[in-house]
Design a protein around this ligand. Sequence first.
Ligand code: HEM
Length: 535
Amino acid sequence: DAPETVTPTGAPTGAPKVSKSQQGEFLTTSQGARLRDTDHSLKAGPRGPILLQDHHFREKITHFDHERIPERVVHARGAGAHGMFTGYGTATEITKAGFLAKGKETQVFVRFSTVLGSRGSADTVRDTRGFATKFYTDEGTFDLVGNNIPVFFIQDAIKFPDIVHAAKWHPDREIPQAQSAHDTFWDFVSLHTEAQHHTMWNMSDRGIPRSYRHMEGFGVHTFRLINEAGETVLAKFHWKPKLGVHSLEWEEAQIAAGVDPDFHRRDLYDSIEAGAFPEWELGLQVFPDTPEETFAGIDLLDATKIVPEELAPVQPVGKLVLTGVPTNFHAEVEQVAFHLGHLPPGIDVTNDPLLQGRLFSYLDTQLSRLAGPNFMQIPINRPHAPVNDMLRDGFHQHAVHGGVAPYRPNSLDGGNPFTTDEGFLDIEVRVAESTKVRENPVSFDDHYSQVRQFWQSMSPVEKEHIVRAYTFELGKCYEQAVKERQVQCLANIDPVLCEQVATGLGLPVPEPVAPFAEVEPSPALSQVTGEWPAD
Ligand code: HEM
């Protein structure tokens, strides 16, 4: 089912095949009948009503009436581009994933997004940014579905509907559209204090990137890698932008949102068209695969924690260059469907409870967003590796499958049993808990020590920006109790931060209360100095 590739202007090979249907000399109906007139409906006389028999009118209007598909439930606002990934060959000792081999080129499609705003919202709002990459590898598609912030709000995917309900629009007035500046958001993050770390990244300059080209990307979760010899390591994925990490000033972001709501999208496409191709290096933080799944005392399955780069440097494994704008935004950017379970041999998931939940959610939402189970046949979603999946029929089935026995092995259709020595192999991991439980590991209870480290690593001007952001955003809350509870969280993070924000809001400065004190922060964190995270 691999697409026949043509090269439309500006797009690299690998962009989906462009339909020629609108380039003929004359218009036709969808059935190919030549049309004389598409401007006038068929009426009962020049001043009469339109006749039901005007099939061309009905077809044209009906198709238009159904042009929109549901926007993504999150990350609805985005922009995408085609490009090429080249492996450095530096990861071959730790993973057998072929696309990381030295000099190996793999076509990619990347979609950047905001999280909370609707499809038409402004680019430069304060928010997390999505950074999702589809690698069309020879061994099957690999989707690295990351963000520009290395931690997440919650530790368990079961809370995802709750954080999104709290952060998206209010159910009664649909205010606000894409800013984390309202009662429900602050209510959630002050009650679910594991969200404080991600929230401070949002309140920092990382929440208002200058452009997509100036953003880091993070796979956030820890993944498990396996090499040819069957040895495993744990790893976190990082994208490092060639241009470095830069942010907007808050005032710039506000002006851009009004003057040019497409600021980031325009920058992406203008720079590609000008030949200033955006570039990132892919890097890995690599950790021994121990039964505890910790590194330097940090729980690698807790998505609210980072591993400081001073403790585990990011090691470059390849380079990404974006060179092609989409030919058709709907076909490519809107219809692209990423999934964390799209993994090539050599990369596997871990038991991170956020990751585990995501493995269910993306396919589930795409079944309704893209209307049925066959959206993998949409050109942008087709693997560039050969497909022989035995999936059959269903709405929007475009393949005409031959044969009589879509199962393996079979004795009728040349259906030999699988060879077992090649292809994706689930890495055998001992499941530590044999008792069904809902509680978290104790290590998940430390919600503050890394937030404090983040704050302490900021320069004076960055601290000033963070204080201004908290004061401005919390200032939009109507509920005094919500503001006070969040200020209490700040007291648990740092007294200066708390005092400055409380004063800005005209609130009393609380003393820290420390539910977190029961959990010792990792001793390794006290070793971390200097800029954090490193750019
Ligand atoms: C969409 C990242 C957590 C559910 C996305 C997208 C990105 C992303 C980048 C946009 C994909 C695109 O461009 O099409 C992340 C990261 C997470 C996270 C980095 C945490 C580390 C979650 C969780 C859930 C979830 C916990 C649910 C349990 C969704 C859904 C979509 C989405 C439903 C829309 C997908 C679609 O309509 O195609 N996420 N996400 N995400 N995410 Fe997440």
